[in-house]
Ligand binder design. Structure first.
Ligand code: MN
Length: 214
């Protein structure tokens, strides 16, 4: 467990804060309940970014298909670098040519309850459960609610990947995942196209961006 500066070195190393309005991660204030955020990121490949507040940073995963509230869906979640807590509020356009160039909206946010436990049902520190590769938590968002599990596995390329799965059997009420191009920000009600239009005067998105996917 290092300082925030150590933990965010990878995040900062990828970005030029003279050019992107993404936060550089100066402050680390937090309420009592840990936070989560799901952003939709129209980068080279459209994806959802799922972030959980853990020990002063946002642990982050890129989820190509987005989180699902259907317990039968297992969603691939590829770990990405820790992000600063202020990133929860980031909604806007990352300039073309910059890391992750494209439009971001805050699709959902809220708090979560860590629920991780061992096989005997004893509580396990949440950060430790992530290090061990299996964490459970209950989301209290505007859109995502209920218990989820993140479980690590070894991907085909030998890199670690994770699966995000909703727990339980509530399929009847499940909505799956919305179309990211029609989904609206929980903060401003805007779609990706509207955010892009507001910031750059074009709502065409960023499908031709050639940067990396995060
Ligand atoms: Mn991303």
């Amino acid at each position: 467990m290092g300082t925030d500066d150590d933990r965010l070195r990878k995040y900062r190393g990828k970005r030029d804060f003279e050019r992107t309005r993404e936060p550089s991660g100066k402050s680390a204030s937090s309420g009592d309940e840990p936070r989560f955020v799901v952003q939709i990121h129209d980068a080279r490949r459209m994806h959802f970014d799922f972030r959980l507040e853990v020990d002063g940073v946002l642990k982050s995963w890129s989820i190509p298909k987005g989180p699902s509230d259907d317990p039968q869906d297992k969603r691939l979640a590829v770990p990405t670098e820790d992000h600063p807590l202020e990133y929860e509020d980031f909604e806007g356009v990352i300039p073309k040519g910059e890391y992750g160039g494209g439009t971001v909206i805050v699709w959902d946010h809220g708090t979560y309850e860590p629920l991780s436990h061992d096989r005997k049902g004893r509580p396990v520190d949440f950060e430790e459960s992530l290090e061990r590769g299996h964490a459970t938590f209950r989301l209290h968002g505007s859109k995502l609610r209920g218990e989820y599990a993140l479980t690590r596995f070894r991907g085909r390329d030998g890199e670690d990947a994770w699966l995000l799965v909703k727990k339980g059997s509530g399929r009847a009420s499940a909505h799956g995942t919305p179309d990211p191009r029609r989904a609206r920000s929980v903060r401003t009600g805007r779609t990706l196209a509207q955010v892009s239009e507001d910031e750059t005067g074009t709502g065409s998105g960023n499908g031709s961006e050639t940067g990396t996917a995060d």
